[in-house]
Design a protein around this ligand. Structure first.
Ligand SMILES: Cc1ncc(COP(=O)(O)O)c(C=O)c1O
Length: 391
């Protein structure tokens, strides 16, 4: 008999009942160190007092009105994002997938309105992940995601990740955009070199192509800058954001320049919930913390500390680990076994990690993890590796 919850997930047998900062408490009382943050979502940890206050204060006043009316919390958050980034305008969604939907629509409408409606193709890359909607799976294109779900949304050209020659060869008069994650998350923590991102920006400018960055996983302070592309010193035309921006409340956004967004006139897009007062109250509190340069400086310091400890872990466990890679607090341990095996041993050692493609165990802790928690996390990862080696 089919379970009452549609069985699309394979879940670990863990039942968390409470979260406190970097800690998750299981029903049976065990305390886990959370290096997963609900897949890069709880940017400020669990039950952060500032976010709890923002949410509960708003919950006592007004939850939802729809976008038929003005929403001051939404306006305030849009202003903060515009002030802090390349963007001139923001549309709020409830998830990263919905951000992908709009990014694709926005790019196509741009070229349509510019009198070049043939420029519908979007170049994407192997190992990418942009969500599970029809546009999201068509964009990523991996067999695992698309098999059985055709006919797929047309207009995506899939290229090998890191092959600049293939990218150059794929540029034709029908290409309207490049869609890429500055650091692939699900694909196995694969950062794009800064020089490649700069080269892509130049290429887009020369050839009349929009650059869409998917910063759903790598954005909102995760790499030590507010957005990952800032390390390369470039600006996209359109950017997808979600996960960390809501700190655990479902919230996403598409940020764009005035020019890139010029086709999105009244009536061309909408969402019942997107940008509602509850989500934006939390989003404002998240932005107030994460966009603070002092907070980002701490993320970078802690990232250095964690990375140093992980290098030591790798040296102590060459049988288990090959390398550590990534940026900021978006790190991947490349394992010699199936990453899921290590993740399970982690559960026994009371530390939460997340598997990804390319034999990667992801470490995506809350951005405000403490130095003591980093030391404790390393000890628990060490215990998990030892347990795997002696199994
Ligand atoms: C880079 C990237 N884009 C898009 C998505 C989809 O976001 P959501 O699951 O919020 O729809 C994800 C989710 O993991 C992601 O990592």
């Amino acid at each position: 008999m089919i379970p009452s919850v549609l069985p699309t997930y394979s879940r670990a047998p863990l039942h968390f009942v409470k979260g406190e900062g970097t800690w998750l408490v299981e029903e049976d009382g065990r305390r886990f160190l959370d290096l997963g943050s609900g897949i890069a979502v709880n940017a400020l940890g669990h039950a952060n007092p500032a976010l709890v206050a923002a949410l509960t204060e708003q919950a006592g006043k007004l939850w939802h009105v729809s976008n038929l009316y003005e929403i001051p919390q939404q306006q305030a958050l849009a202003d903060k994002l515009v002030d802090a980034t390349f963007a001139d305008t923001v549309f709020f969604t409830n998830s990263g997938t919905e951000a992908c939907e709009l990014a694709v629509k926005m790019a196509r409408k741009y070229w349509y309105d510019k009198g070049q409606p043939e420029k519908t193709d979007i170049l994407t890359f192997s190992g990418s992940f942009h969500g599970r909607s029809s546009a999201g799976i068509a964009a990523a294109g991996s067999e695992k995601m698309v098999k059985g779900f055709g006919p797929l949304l047309p207009g995506f050209v899939h290229l090998p990740f890191g092959d600049n020659d293939a990218l150059l060869a794929a540029i034709t008069d029908t290409v309207g955009a490049i869609l890429i994650e500055p650091v692939q998350g699900e694909g196995g923590i694969r950062p794009l070199p800064d020089s490649t991102l700069r080269w892509m920006r130049d290429l887009c400018d020369e050839r009349g192509i929009l650059l869409i960055l998917d910063e759903v996983q790598c954005g909102m302070g995760r790499t030590g800058k507010l957005f990952a592309h800032e390390w390369a010193g470039i600006e996209p035309d359109i950017m997808m954001v979600a996960k960390g921006i809501g700190g655990g409340f479902p919230l996403g956004a598409v940020l764009a320049t005035e020019d890139a967004a010029s086709g999105m006139t009244p009536g061309t897009h909408g969402s019942t919930y997107g940008g509602n007062p509850l989500g934006c109250a939390v989003g404002n509190a998240v932005m107030d913390h994460v966009a603070d340069p002092a907070f980002l400086a701490e993320v970078n310091r802690k990232a250095g500390l964690l990375r140093q400890k992980l290098e030591g872990l790798i040296a102590a466990h060459p049988e288990t680990f090959e390398e550590v890679r990534g940026m900021g607090l978006m790190l991947g341990l490349k394992t010699r076994q199936a990453p899921a095996d290590f993740v399970k041993k982690g559960y026994d050692a009371l530390v939460i990690t997340v598997p990804a493609a390319d034999n990667i165990v992801r470490l995506l802790p809350p951005l405000n993890i403490t130095d003591d928690e980093i030391a404790e996390a390393t000890a628990r990862l060490d215990a998990a590796a030892t347990a795997l080696e002696t199994a």
